[in-house]
Design a protein around this ligand. Structure first.
Ligand code: MYA
Length: 415
């Protein structure tokens, strides 16, 4: 889950958020205190080693039956190949998934996106978990995992990436989420996997790092009209439109869309680049083919092929995640692109990202979002990104980090 919808920052919101974070750090977490995750009370205790918190148990000792749900509900495995099931998941999320703090926007992951996100190489059907009402069969909750190899320093760890945790609005605060988390954990354990990675907009015990979203307006008039951004001080609409204007086409010679035949070269480029970060995915060619080969309206990838040597020297990508605009007369959907993995070796990152903005604009996106992970921070301001109002916390399950990372030490982007 990449999971906080973020509008332009405003100081009151920032103050409120910092206050809420402070409250959260002192709060009791009845569920999370029972889980093998870094606990707030252990922060700064350097005697605790980095690595797994609990050892794996023999598979025969993993609970064989699902956890108990309240009697009106039952577990279901969601087959995302089924058009009908995929529709149900899509609609549950469309109506009940992540909103911004002011409930103006809600993530609207497309069906194609959900299929892509949930069916990477080696995925398990059993990790696509739904909850239905027994009598009506209505889908009321969802949580998913997909397998990934994630490197932490020099250790490659098999993990589950957990995402799309959602409980229907009418069933909130009934402690359903902890049951769902325990059930996905059980099913991950059954595959002999003992660690997980996830992100959330809320503070839980204990983030490995806290990132910020930045936004680059591509269609400033619409963004202002729908309340995503505000007209700056001493700015007119015309000045603002001019400020965010971009060239009509990318500037870098040899800049082109990634193709299937590029998978080996992109894999080499990306593996080499990601090796510098403390936490990053360990992508092989099949992962790159799945996660980075362009898929219409889901993921876009471009690269720079040297016109002389035909060497592939640079790479950039973004995924498509629109949000529903709640209660606006004129617009119902915000088209957002999210920066994914970028590698610059020859083309400066600034120029590479500027070309990415140009193609995103040509594809009619309203806004381009990026986290301050990897080397992003160094180019965001100059590219006219502004900081968002939400934060995205990254977590590992059953893996302790000695101390928090800087966002720039993180080489992982979750969806
Ligand atoms: S993050 C996206 C989460 N989804 C949304 O924000 C959508 C809108 N909200 C909802 O649908 C509900 O509010 C949810 C909570 C379902 C979020 N991650 O049932 P409750 C804890 C983890 O009464 P509800 C994403 O998808 C909360 O602190 N825990 O609450 C990644 C409290 O525990 P404690 C969360 O509001 C998910 C308990 O739940 C989250 O009805 C990663 C309250 O339960 C959250 N985002 O439902 C999941 N929000 O008392 C963890 C609340 O202790 C995976 N809570 O504070 C862990 C790894 C598992 C695999 C391990 C394998 C080895």
């Amino acid at each position: 889950e990449g999971n906080s919808l973020n509008k332009d920052d405003s100081s009151l919101e920032t103050i409120v958020r910092k206050f809420q974070d402070t409250v959260s750090l002192g709060k009791k977490h009845k569920f999370w205190e029972t889980q093998p995750v870094g606990q707030f009370k252990d922060a700064g205790d350097t005697s605790l080693p980095e690595g797994p918190i609990e050892p794996p148990t023999p598979l025969s000792e993993v609970k064989q039956e699902p956890y108990n749900l309240p009697s009106q509900y039952e577990w279901t495995t969601c087959d995302m190949d089924s058009e009908e099931t995929c529709n149900e998941v899509y609609n549950l999320l469309k109506n009940n998934y992540v909103e911004d703090d002011e409930n103006m926007f809600r993530f609207n992951y497309s069906k194609e996106f959900l299929r892509w996100a949930l069916r990477p190489p080696g995925f398990y059907h059993s990790w696509h978990i739904g909850v239905r009402a027994k009598t009506s069969k209505k889908l009321v909750a969802f949580i998913t995992g997909v397998p990934a190899r994630i490197r932490v320093r020099d250790e490659v760890v098999k993990m589950a990436e957990i995402n799309f945790l959602c409980v229907h609005k009418k069933l909130r605060t009934k402690r359903l989420a902890p049951v769902m988390i325990k059930e996905v954990t059980r099913r991950v354990h059954l595959e002999n996997i003992w660690q997980a990675a996830y992100t959330a907009g809320v503070i839980l015990p204990t983030p490995i790092t806290t990132c910020q979203y930045w936004h680059r307006s591509l269609n400033p008039k619409k963004l202002i009209d729908v309340g995503f951004s505000r007209l700056g001080a001493r700015m007119t609409m015309n000045r603002t439109i001019k400020l965010f204007k971009l060239p009509d086409s990318p500037a870098t010679p040899g800049f082109r869309k990634m193709e299937l035949c590029d998978v080996p070269a992109v894999t080499r480029l990306l593996r080499n680049y990601l090796s510098q970060f403390v936490v990053a995915p360990d992508f092989d060619e099949s992962d790159v083919e799945h996660w980075l080969l362009p898929t219409e309206d889901v993921v876009d990838s471009y690269l720079v092929e040297s016109p002389e040597t035909h060497e592939i020297t640079d790479f950039c990508s973004f995924y498509t995640l629109p949000s529903s605009i709640l209660g606006n007369q004129n617009y119902s959907s915000l088209k957002a692109a999210y920066s994914y993995y970028n590698v610059s070796t020859k083309t400066p990152l600034l120029q590479l990202m500027n070309d990415t903005l140009i193609v995103a604009k040509l594809k009619n996106f309203d806004v381009f979002n990026a986290l301050d992970v990897m080397h992003n921070e160094s180019v965001l301001k100059e590219l006219k990104f502004g900081p968002g109002d939400g934060q995205l916390h990254y977590y590992l399950y059953n893996y302790r980090m000695q101390s928090a990372l800087k966002p720039s030490e993180l080489g992982l982007v979750l969806l």
